[in-house]
Design a protein. Structure first.
Length: 641
């Protein structure tokens, strides 16, 4: 925008400058509402789990408004279980602790959200958020709650304001519920409704009309995608949202086992959709996103048609800063386990893949290095306005003599390291069968993967079985829920338990990073060995499986993405997923294969700089090269005349 000034129009100048400062990226209000660029904001889950209060949320929103809004972070989202009372015995899959109205609809817990009383719901919170110049979002679950079904509440007909009637009778929760379609990772919490019934549609409409009456701007709809795919509910909810006179961004979550083919079924109906399960602060989780991001880019899904705008594959939140733990009953209490290089790698991939950017840490305690990463202007420019975003596979290594000597001494150049690769899969899959227990002595039992991995160099993967010991005042509650379940501890670290990420997320592929963590009472650390040789996780309901994998520098250890900027610049992101610092290189002739409209020749007319270091990039004989740290990234901005 250009503002024409004179001494007689100072007010006009002031308004121009204010408008210009809202976003340096010149994004119009209507464009943001239609999700024409990837949505950006803060979500409470990574830092508060389900326990956040109104005071904590508004404190966080104030920080977003003051420090992040000018960088495009405009949504503040309350994640799951805002309706659950924070009392003894309540946890992520407890039953009977929720606040519901006479129609079976969820209401904010007044103990944590005091402004919600007298039927106000989230209206007051939304007003406060809007006064800060932000937009307000909430997390919602599939269908109807088990609590409403057990209570058998009547269905509201929003057209009449009374109980829904059809075929001469009043309809109730049990009439529309589909118990066999319970949410797999919260089986006591929610189940699908029959959308073929008028009463089922009336219930869903009553939910979303209530959210609209609270002035909600963003809805994160969970347990309807991926392994829990419910196309009928997504379709109807989208139809309802489309009829409102104010836009609501529609987001789907989670997304384990999502494929581009599945995502194409929902395009045009949503604005963003998770293509992974929950991403946490482990290197294995970061690394696992590269193949997924590549697949959706190759399928031309980035920025495809969406609900009254565009849609975006969502790689999940950024777990930086102060966090909680998956399934925890407490708020932020630990710092992210990702190191600085790993955070830069994650932010760079998310930006190059144009994923929505939702910061997950406690924004009230954001540290300077994290702030610099998530507000980096080049990365935010790429995330919003770059095009032709895709993986670029023609990346090679350039080793100096010192590096060659170091590699030979370590054996990494002449040896391939074989490791176990742990994943989660449906328990009905044959690849889940292969676990067996064996007693080592009277007190010690271990569980091992006995199925052959076809690799004589790789010893079997084993864990030790540990009984659960409950606090005396909680014995009955925990024993009932965790009957037959165990902690599985590392053979060399008896205080570290085997993790499985929540919300049906594939576990990390690297055991030393993120698969074992200090033992907790989280259900994602509870396992049960079945007689058929499957090992099932309590949180996800999925079974563990083991494969062997190679960890060499040339087997996926080097990755790269490219994109073009709106001013003609070329962005080249180099990712070093390997275990040693590496010089990475790209040739002009290879780059031309992916961007044929550009004449790169031998880079002779180009200048390149690296974003994180600020250094110029070496360009010689048609090749650009730069050193990249272990688990690190280099982001090159190439400008050619």
């Amino acid at each position: 925008m250009k503002c024409f000034s004179s001494s007689s129009v100072s007010l006009f100048i002031f308004l121009c400058l204010c408008f210009e400062s809202v976003w340096s990226q010149n994004v119009s209000e209507s464009d943001r509402q239609k999700a024409s660029i990837p949505p950006r904001g803060w979500n409470s889950y990574d830092s508060f789990s389900w326990t956040i209060s109104e005071e904590e949320f508004l404190q966080s929103a104030e920080v977003v408004s003051q420090r992040l809004h000018d960088h495009g972070y405009e949504y503040v989202v309350v994640d799951y279980l805002w309706y659950r009372r924070k009392v003894e015995g309540a946890y992520h899959d407890s039953l009977g602790f929720d606040v519901i109205d006479e129609w079976g609809r969820m209401l904010p817990d007044p103990g944590r959200w005091p402004s919600s009383g007298n039927g106000k719901g989230f209206s007051e919170v939304a007003n406060r958020v809007h006064d800060m110049g932000l937009k307000f979002g909430i997390h919602v679950m599939r269908g109807i709650s088990t609590q409403a079904v057990n209570t058998n509440t009547p269905i509201l007909d929003t057209k009449t304001g009374a109980a829904y009637q059809e075929s001469g009778r009043v309809w109730y929760a049990k009439d529309i519920a589909v118990p066999e379609r319970a949410c797999a990772w919260m089986p006591h919490g929610f189940m699908s409704v029959n959308t073929k019934l008028g009463a089922g549609k009336a219930f869903l409409r009553s939910l979303y009309e209530q959210y609209a009456s609270w002035d909600v701007d963003f809805v994160k709809h969970d347990c309807v995608f991926g392994d829990d795919f419910d196309l009928n509910e997504i379709t109807y909810v989208s139809e309802v949202l489309k009829q409102f006179d104010r836009p609501i961004v529609y987001s789907l979550s989670p997304g384990t086992s999502v494929t581009p083919a599945m995502a194409k079924d929902v395009l045009g109906m949503v604005n963003m959709y998770r293509v992974t399960g929950d991403d946490w602060d482990t290197w294995g989780d970061v690394k696992s996103h590269f193949d997924i991001a590549r697949d959706f880019s190759n399928a031309n899904m980035i920025g495809a048609k969406g609900l009254t705008g565009k849609s975006w594959p969502d790689l999940d939140m950024l777990p930086f800063g102060w966090l909680t733990d998956p399934g925890s009953n407490e708020g932020p209490h630990r710092f992210s386990r990702l190191n600085l290089e790993e955070k830069k790698t994650q932010m760079t991939l998310w930006s190059m893949a144009k994923s929505p950017l939702m910061y997950g840490g406690d924004v009230r305690k954001i540290d300077p290095s994290t702030y610099d990463i998530i507000t980096n202007p080049t990365l935010l420019e790429i995330n919003s306005f770059s095009s032709n975003n895709m993986e670029f596979p023609y990346i090679t290594t350039v080793k100096s003599e010192d590096q060659d000597l170091s590699l030979r001494r370590s054996g990494k150049e002449i040896k391939t390291t074989f490791t176990h690769s742990l994943g989660l899969t449906k328990c009905t899959e044959s690849k889940a069968i292969g676990w067996a227990s064996e007693r080592l002595n009277l007190y010690l039992e271990r569980i091992c993967w006995k199925r052959s991995l076809g690799n004589k160099h790789l010893a079997p993967f084993c864990v030790l079985k540990r009984e659960l010991y409950f606090p005396l005042d909680e014995v009955s509650m925990y024993q009932e829920y965790h009957h037959g379940k165990h902690h599985l501890v590392a053979t060399n670290r008896l205080k570290f338990c085997l993790d499985a990420s929540p919300k049906r997320k594939l576990t990390s592929k690297e055991f030393k990073r993120g698969t074992f963590s200090p033992c907790r009472w989280d259900s994602n650390q509870m396992w049960e060995l079945n007689p058929n040789g499957t090992l099932v996780n309590s949180y996800s309901g999925l079974c563990a499986t083991v494969e062997s994998s190679e960890d060499t520098i040339n087997s996926g250890g080097l990755r790269s993405w490219i994109a073009t900027g709106r001013k003609g610049e070329i962005y080249i992101a180099l990712f070093n997923l390997s275990e040693q610092k590496t010089v990475m290189s790209a040739q002009a002739s290879d780059l031309a294969k992916f961007l044929p409209a550009r004449d790169f020749r031998d880079f002779s007319s180009c200048e390149g700089s690296e974003v994180w270091s600020g250094n110029a990039v070496e360009i010689t004989q048609g090749r650009l090269s730069t050193a990249v740290e272990m688990h690190g990234s280099a982001l090159i901005v190439l400008k050619c005349s």
